[in-house]
Design a protein around this ligand. Structure first.
Ligand SMILES: CC(C)(COP(=O)(O)OP(=O)(O)OC[C@H]1O[C@@H](n2cnc3c(N)ncnc32)[C@H](O)[C@@H]1OP(=O)(O)O)[C@@H](O)C(=O)NCCC(=O)NCCS
Length: 274
């Protein structure tokens, strides 16, 4: 850590945060960083020349917390920055008695395993680059009754209420938001592509139905993070022209199990959100 300082992350670091997303080819835009800094908190490592070289956030969700945005500029990797910030985050969560959870890239997984995380389940990012879509007019899903059902189902699937997050996402891409008796899907715009997710449903047919509705309403480029325990959904995505981009592993710190009921989850909100 010689030649650098660790500090809390705030809105004054947004430009550096976006540069970290860009350097890693990640999809977060300014709205994502603002949302995460507002719902959680984090730390950065800044070099003497003022460059933000590394970030880590925590997003508390009642009994557990997401560790998010573990990013290091390519030219400053393998200097221990990610490990240092991860330890700061773990100490913070230990003090708050929150179980640390995260979605790891293959490179991140090597760091996390050494710090006491273990694998639970997996998912894959698929991307759709091209394709002609029928664009329907903007619609809003916002009925109080529907929201009540969405929040109940999501709490069961995710293991905690994340109402502020879901309500925020619903405003980001309203035409991709669909609520039915059997599930819901939301989407958002990103730096590189639109992301569809979370998608939570009672069964796989309902999930595919919701996703096809959302996909008819938006145009590529698109990302989805589809769980490996729904192979029919993944096959369906491939038939629509989606291609595999990268794998993720949901990891929990210590002996805890992943919260919620992953059988209800078809698309995660994104590795940075859960
Ligand atoms: C993953 C990432 C955050 C690691 O940051 P880092 O500061 O380089 O990690 P550290 O220096 O703390 O690494 C600690 C140890 O983890 C392991 N490790 C780190 N990166 C690794 C990689 N790419 N492949 C294999 N092992 C790796 C090594 O054992 C390393 O120790 P060593 O350098 O003495 O061999 C960084 O590569 C990155 O920003 N990648 C792109 C974004 C990303 O995938 N983030 C993780 C999100 S889940």
């Amino acid at each position: 850590m010689t030649g650098s300082i660790e500090h809390p992350l705030g809105e004054q670091h947004l430009a550096g945060c976006l540069a970290l997303s860009r350097a890693a080819n990640w999809n977060q835009n300014e709205a994502d960083w603002r949302l995460m800094l507002a719902t959680g908190h984090g730390w950065g490592i800044t070099l003497l020349d003022g460059t933000l070289a590394a970030s880590t956030l925590v997003l508390p969700y009642q009994t557990f917390a997401w560790i998010s945005m573990v990013l290091v500029l390519p030219e400053h990797r393998r200097k221990g920055y990610a490990t240092h910030l991860l330890r700061v985050a773990l100490a913070d969560l230990r003090n708050r008695a929150l179980t640390p959870i995260l979605d790891a890239t293959p490179a991140g997984r090597e760091v996390y395993r050494q710090e006491g995380f273990r694998d639970t389940w997996t998912f894959k990012r698929f991307q759709l680059e091209k394709g002609v879509r029928t664009l329907f007019p903007e619609k809003g899903p916002d009925s109080a009754l529907a929201w009540e059902k969405v929040l109940r189902l999501d709490r069961e699937a995710f293991g905690a209420s994340r109402e502020p997050l879901l309500r925020n996402l619903a405003t980001r891409l309203p035409r991709a938001a669909f609520f039915t008796e059997d599930g819901f899907v939301l989407g958002r715009e990103g730096r590189e592509a639109l992301q569809v997710g979370p998608l939570v449903a009672r069964h796989e047919d309902a999930a595919i139905g919701l996703l096809s509705q959302a996909l008819r309403a938006i145009a590529p480029p698109l990302y989805v993070d589809a769980v490996d325990h729904a192979p029919r959904l993944q096959q369906w995505l491939t038939k629509q022209g989606f291609v595999f981009q990268r794998p993720f592993t949901r990891m929990v710190h210590g002996a805890g199990r992943a919260p919620g009921n992953e059988r209800l989850v078809y698309l995660v909100a994104g590795p940075e959100l859960g």
